[in-house]
Design a protein around this ligand. Sequence first.
Ligand SMILES: [Fe+2]
Length: 130
Amino acid sequence: MSRVPRSEEHLKTGFTAEAVSAAQFRAQAARAEHEGLPNLAAAWHELASEKDLLAIRQLEASGQVRESATAVADALAEERFENDVLYPKMIRDVDDEAAAVFREVVEAQQRHLERLRELRTALQAASGDI
Ligand SMILES: [Fe+2]
């Protein structure tokens, strides 16, 4: 295998690792907030923001940050796949509690799909920014 695909693969792996850390740190921040520990929550948020930057840096380096119209089209396709294939398949395979979580995700993603469709339409009509 040539160096370039290996580099992209590892950059994507690094992106995923840092993006996951950012989400985990935000979840910890929410828990700390809930426990009445706002300074700890703020520290988690600060770390999460730094993880976001590391994730973005690696995503850009892997060539995965697309031109805007392409990015919207890709996001629409990904959300459709998740809602129509991925989550329904997982819902059939898990206990009621997990299935309820996945149904919440699908419901939220229906709104995201609608927002992405609005953005696609706005981008098609605009000559510059929407
Ligand atoms: Fe999604």
